[in-house]
Design a protein around this ligand. Sequence first.
Ligand code: NAP
Length: 312
Amino acid sequence: MVRKQFSPSKILAHLGRRGKYLTDINSKIRLYNGLAMPRLGLGTWGLSGRDLELAAQTALEVGYRHFDTAAAYENETTLGQALNSSGLKREELFVVSKIWNSDQGEGLTERAYDDILSRLGLDKLDLCLLHWPVASKTLKAWECLSDLYAKGRVSAVGVANFDLAQLKWLLASSELKPMVNQIELHPYRSQTELTDFCREKGVVVSAYCPLARGKIKKNQFLQKIARRHEKTVAQVVLRWHFQNGLAFIPKSAQPDRIRQNADIYDFCLTPEEMAGLGKQNQDRSVLKPKFKFDSDGFIIEENQENQENQGN
Ligand SMILES: NC(=O)c1ccc[n+]([C@@H]2O[C@H](COP(=O)([O-])OP(=O)(O)OC[C@H]3O[C@@H](n4cnc5c(N)ncnc54)[C@H](OP(=O)(O)O)[C@@H]3O)[C@@H](O)[C@H]2O)c1
C-alpha cells in the first residue's frame, strides 16, 4: 500500500482546522468583563482622508471588525463616517479609541471622551484606553474612565503603554482593573514578562506595531519560515501573534496588504518556529517618543506638544 506523504505544515494546518487552532478572522478574545474583542484589528495611525476611507472599506469587506484609532491620530471623523456607512450593525463592530495625555485629569477626561464619540458619530466606544501613563494625572483619568464604565457609557476600559511596574501600581491603586493593555509588541520586542503578568491578572494584551513598522521584513530567519509556508514575513509574524494568544492591530494603507494581513488562518507555525521567533527579541522599540519621562517611566506633563510621530 502506498502511503500519501504530507508535509509537517499541512498536517498541522489540518489539525488546526479541526482542533486547537481552529479559527478565522472572526476569532475573538474575551475580556474579563465578558466582552468579546476581535483579535485582528486595523491600526489607523498615519491614515487619513481617502487613504483611510479605502483602508476601512477594504478591511470591512475582508471581515475586519476591530478598528483602532485615537484622539491624537486626528482621523476619528473619517473613520466614523466609513464605519457608519458600512451598513453593519453597531454591535458587529469593535471600535477602540484613546484619551490623549493632555486630556487626562479631573474634568478633562469625560469631556475628551464625549468629543471622541462625537467625532466618531457613536454613542459608545467598545474600548477606551488611556494613551500613555502621565505622571500625577493618570490615576484621576483612570477614575474617570472607571466612572464612565460604571455608568455604562463605555463597554470596556483599558490602558496603553503601561510597563510592568506601572501596571502593578495601577492594580494596587484603583478598584477597577484595566481590561486591556495595548503595548508595543513584535519579534524585536516580545515583552514576555509583561505579557505573562497580564495573562496572570486577566488583562488582555493588544499588540501595537505588530509588524515592527516593517522593520522585520529583511530578517532572514523570518524569510526562511515564510518561504517554508509560502507566506510573507508579515503573515508569519501576525500568525506568531495569533498563536501567542494576543490581539494585534496591523496598519496598512494598501488594500492588498490589508487582505494579506487577514490571510493567516490556513497555516500553523510549529513549536520550533514559535520558539525561534521568540528568540528574535532584542528588547528594541521601533517608536521614538520625544516625551520626557520621569524615573518611573511616566510622562512628565509639561512636555506634550507634537503628538504625532512620537508616541502614537
Ligand atoms: N497605543 C499606542 O501608543 C500606539 C502606538 C503605535 C501604534 N498604535 C496602533 O497600532 C497600529 C499598528 O502600529 P503601526 O502602524 O505603528 O505599525 P505596524 O502595524 O507594525 O506596521 C505598519 C507598517 O507596516 C507596513 N505593512 C503593513 N502590512 C504589511 C505587509 N503585509 N507587508 C509589508 N509591510 C506591511 C505598513 O505600510 P503600508 O501602509 O504601506 O502597507 C506600515 O509601514 C497603529 O496604526 C495604531 O493604531 C498604538
